[in-house]
Ligand binder design. Structure first.
Ligand code: AN7
Length: 367
């Protein structure tokens, strides 16, 4: 190695940030853990806050739109934030097995962290309504999967009952440690921006995540003087909007299977978030979700349809946004989770069955 290269290398190593230790270690003082807690981590958290040029332009008026890309967590969704806490605490309490109902992402995260911690995991999923990537993960990470002829809401009723009767820990968002872990996303946003956003746009299913963000913003406000709190804007799919309509939806339907939930467990908490933050809950159609999904992908950010609901909601409120606002849209899951949706809903030019001929392909390219 040349001397110059050696010097450069030394410099780079010196100024490279320390290895991210995972969110429990990073935010220990804000979390219910002690020196006795075995920390089960995959170094989750520390996800990028990406400035979206196209959305900032689309909203206009000097608005900056950022994307909290939580699809870059180890299992590809924000669920890892809650699961590192839930599984660490389950392990600390001597639990040997965990159970959850899931539209897919919770099952992937539960299975991964349980295996990492040496615990058994059982997951109940609605048959036929879990995206392929998520199913593949649960299978690979080593969960025992029970696919029921019923929807998520029914699956949740069953696991709640089972966990109250038998020695199995429930790791759905009724587990308070899940919310504790997930609140760290709000800390990261404030740490990155140096302030709270004016609006936080977020998809809602069981409304655990919106509850967690609100908790995180409020906890940081106690520590940092002059910190303002954001308006919490929660979005659901039109065919699956129990919180928007304030009803129980018996047969929820949406392309965004992650949020195909008709009776959210955190309903009362979500109502408080909306009231306290002076925010709003609104619904978006599947068409609006796909439109937002494509805009994001066109800028290089691939999220799953449920996550795009936050951006669809933002676009819907274009005329309500005050000038020079800072807005964060939470992208809860990675686009790779649901390849079927992407393959069915894109505007790509995809030419098939082409002869491997230089001449033919040159012609196709227009040369
Ligand atoms: C990508 O995995 O409920 O409002 O079982 O996977 O906290 O429920 C997933 C929910 C948003 C909604 N975005 O979050 C499950 C599950 C994605 C999700 C939500 C989910 P919450």
């Amino acid at each position: 190695m040349l001397l110059l290269d050696k010097i450069k290398n030394k410099f780079r190593l010196k100024y490279r940030k320390k290895r991210w230790p995972g969110l429990i270690n990073a935010y220990k003082q804000h979390l219910p853990v002690s020196s006795k807690t075995p920390i089960i981590t995959l170094n989750e958290g520390n996800t990028p806050l990406i400035l979206s040029e196209s959305l900032s332009k689309l909203i206009g008026n000097g608005t900056s739109v950022y994307l909290k890309y939580d699809g870059l967590n180890p299992t590809g969704s924000f669920k890892d934030r809650g699961m590192t806490m839930a599984i660490s605490k389950a392990k600390e309490e001597g639990s040997e097995a965990v159970i959850c109902a899931s539209t897919g992402n919770t099952s992937a995260a539960a299975a991964a962290y349980a295996s990492r911690g040496g615990l058994k995991s059982y997951v109940l999923i609605p048959d036929g309504f879990v995206a392929q990537g998520k199913l593949a993960q649960a299978l690979m990470y080593g969960a025992e999967i029970i696919s029921i002829k019923g929807n998520f809401d029914r699956a949740l009723e069953i696991v709640r009952e089972l966990s109250s009767k038998y020695p199995i820990d429930l790791v759905n968002s009724v587990n308070p440690y899940r919310i504790q872990g997930q609140k760290t996303a709000a800390f990261e946003i404030i740490d990155d921006l140096g302030k709270s956003p004016d609006w936080l746009c977020i998809p809602m299913g069981n409304a655990g995540n919106i509850t967690a963000y609100w908790l995180g913003f409020n906890e940081y406000k106690k520590l940092k003087k002059n910190l303002k709190l954001p308006l919490m804007m929660g979005f659901q799919s039109e065919g699956s909007a129990p919180l928007v309509k304030n009803i129980v939806v018996k047969n929820p339907e949406t392309i965004a299977t992650a949020i195909r939930i008709g009776n959210p467990v955190n309903r009362e908490k979500a109502k408080i978030v909306k009231k306290e933050s002076k925010g709003d809950f609104q619904s978006v159609t599947d068409e609006e979700i796909i439109y937002a999904y494509k805009i994001l992908a066109n800028e290089g950010v691939f999220c799953e349809p449920a996550s795009a609901a936050s951006v669809a909601g933002l676009i819907k409120n274009k005329n309500r946004i005050q000038k020079e606002s800072t807005i964060v849209c939470v992208l809860t899951g990675n686009g790779l989770k649901d390849p079927d949706c992407a393959i069915k809903n894109n505007d790509a030019i995809f030419r098939k069955n082409i002869e491997p001929s230089l001449k033919d392909i040159s012609t196709i390219l227009g040369y």
